[in-house]
Design a protein around this ligand. Structure first.
Ligand code: HXC
Length: 258
């Protein structure tokens, strides 16, 4: 499928989706978000794909929602077109693991999109921020909520109220990103990590994702119960039998996604 604002590539069982609007530092206009929604749906439905990477360029993961497209929008238009909800949230609806590989700017909606992914691998030049306040707005794609959950109230308030940027090192220190690598190694690392995940049983990796995400939506007791139900259900998979048998027989498992 050909896209105007994305480049897509598969590497083994990994789908790479590269945001590509270089003239606007990958700012999210409607076309880009609609294409991203399509690409994510296609990857989620593709039985040959087990893990997805969303990335940008070396200069920008994404500089946020497209300010030029948004500037004159009315509240009624935003409401009627279901602005944000109609396409941005496909990332959170994607059931296969999604990694954000972030180099350069991840600002506003760019930071929010990265946080919708399951985890973030950052290049050492990555810069995160919620600068909406500097243009008379507030985060609108979950930034206030996810940032507060991921890095705590104090830092989230600092970021959203001052609009400052946070470098990769600080982002790792406060738990926003899972690892930081030199810029030149970002994609190799992200692909290596994605292939590792894709090498496991797909239904099991999807259950892991579902269970961890539940932690952000429910009480501890309910979350533990949810995890327990999923844990019991892995015993219904052939891959659990194969995985444990392979361990006992001291060999590599041969998962069948079954
Ligand atoms: C539209 C953008 C853009 C954006 C950059 N550009 N960010 N266009 N929307 N969010 C365009 C610039 O207008 C410029 O186009 C070109 O990209 C290069 O940008 P420069 O500013 O010249 O680059 P630089 O000096 O390197 O500065 C980079 C930057 C700066 C620090 C990232 O571009 C910047 O501050 N951008 C805005 C960041 C921001 O406020 N994001 C939050 C948006 S609101 P021309 O044509 O002039 O060359 C948001 C709300 C989300 O995300 C809520 C959910 C929808």
């Amino acid at each position: 499928m050909a896209y105007n604002c994305l480049e897509t590539e598969t590497d083994d069982r990994v789908q790479i989706i590269r945001l590509s609007r270089p003239e606007a530092l990958n700012a999210f206009n409607n076309e880009l978000m609609n294409e991203l929604t399509d690409a994510l749906k296609a990857a989620d439905a593709d039985p040959k794909i087990s893990c997805i990477i969303i990335t940008g360029s070396e200069k920008a993961f994404a500089a946020g929602a497209d300010i030029k497209e948004m500037a004159d929008k009315t509240a009624t238009e935003a409401y009627l077109e279901d602005f944000i909800t109609s396409n941005w949230e496909q990332v959170t609806r994607t059931r296969k693991p999604v990694i954000a590989a972030v180099a350069g700017y991840a600002l506003g909606g760019g930071c929010e999109l990265a946080m919708m992914c399951d985890f973030i691998i950052a290049a050492d030049n990555a810069k995160f921020g919620q600068p909406e306040i500097t243009i008379g707005a507030i985060p609108g794609a979950g930034g206030t909520q996810r940032l507060a959950r991921f890095i705590g109230k104090s830092k989230a308030m600092d970021m959203c109220l001052t609009g400052r940027m946070m470098g990769a090192e600080e982002a790792e220190r406060c738990g926003l990103v899972s690892r930081v690598v030199p810029k030149a190694e970002l994609m190799d690392t992200a692909i290596e990590v994605a292939k590792k995940i894709a090498g496991y049983s797909r239904p099991v990796s999807m259950m892991v994702k579902e269970a961890v995400n539940r932690a952000f939506e429910t009480t501890l007791a309910e979350g533990v119960l949810f995890e327990r139900r999923l844990f019991y259900s892995v015993f219904a998979t052939e891959d659990q039998k194969e995985g444990m048998k392979a361990f006992i027989e001291k060999r590599e498992p041969n998962f069948k996604d079954a």
